[in-house]
Design a protein around this ligand. Structure first.
Ligand code: URA
Length: 287
């Protein structure tokens, strides 16, 4: 039967389960690895310590498709949460995990992204030292006569990742993947995989033909394009120091050559990058 929720301001079940992730206090660790796909959460959960006495890791798959797996990595509690894609889903993950975890939290996102310009290239792990948000501006399409003066896409100021976690991620990823396969730079989180990431096609009036060139010119340090990191860092900024966060992503699309990474190679890179994320999370100083 469906659980009943109370308090429309922050809905929970009588036992304290949240609305989208469905977890409650005691089920989520204060160190969280957020990944973009349920399959990646399953894959990386195999890196956690085997539970004692042949037991099982804690697993909860919510009705909305968010999977939380909680266990330990080298004796430190960790949760792996599948965040799926986009800023609203990242919002659910950060807010609903924050609501059920006590004390300070660290969140690392491991996702996938497009490689925008050198030094970024296909198959690399790209760590965001900071991120901006790129949004389609719907007002530019309005019928008002002033609409034609408005930019079709808007860029925010950058928000910084936690420098301590960024340093740990760079160290750990260099050791699991090789330093030449790891770079860091400015990330851009877009509100679409298509329009605001400069993908062009004939079905919609997206007005984004020069967008990739505009980004590269305006931000020579911008290397990765995806849909979540900015919001994670923005939430951390607004958490009063109670959430520390960083994001990194594997480049599976090359936005200059239009090449895509083979799936078999992605899975191996996910494990190497996932291991680096877990090692960085357990070394993160939360006091
Ligand atoms: N994820 C994105 O958002 N964009 C890409 O190009 C690849 C992965």
């Amino acid at each position: 039967s469906k659980p009943s929720f109370s308090n429309a301001n922050f809905p929970t079940t009588p036992e304290g389960r949240t609305y989208h992730l469905g977890t409650k206090g005691g089920e989520v660790a204060n160190r969280i690895l957020s990944v973009g796909a349920t399959q990646r959460a399953e894959l990386l959960s195999k890196l956690l310590d085997p539970p004692p006495n042949g037991g099982q890791l804690f697993r909860y798959l919510s009705s909305r498709g968010f999977l939380t797996v909680t266990g330990e990595y080298q004796g430190t509690p960790i949760s792996i949460v599948s965040t799926q894609m986009g800023m609203p889903n990242m919002d659910f993950v950060v807010r609903e995990c924050r609501a059920v975890v006590e004390g300070p939290m660290a969140v690392v996102r491991l996702g996938t992204c497009g490689a925008l310009q050198p030094p970024a290239s296909l198959g690399q792990l790209i760590i965001a030292h900071s991120s901006i948000n790129i949004r389609r501006n719907p007002d530019a399409w309005s019928d008002l006569s002033t609409a034609s003066m408005l930019p079709a896409y808007m860029f925010t100021l950058p928000v910084q990742a936690d420098p301590h976690i960024v340093r740990l991620l760079a160290e750990e990823a260099s050791s699991t993947m090789g330093a030449s396969n790891v770079i860091s730079g400015l990330n851009a989180t877009a509100d679409s995989f298509y329009s605001s990431q400069g993908r062009v096609g004939g079905n919609f009036d997206d007005r984004n033909e020069g967008l990739i060139e505009e980004m590269c010119e305006k931000y020579p340090d911008m290397v990765s394009l995806e849909m979540e990191t900015f919001h994670l860092l923005d939430m951390a900024r607004c958490s009063g120091g109670r959430v520390r966060a960083a994001g990194m992503c594997l480049a599976l699309a090359d936005r200059k050559s239009n090449e895509m990474l083979e799936y078999a190679r992605l899975e191996q890179l996910e494990v190497e990058a996932g291991l680096a994320a877990l090692r960085a999370l357990i070394k993160t100083d939360l006091d």
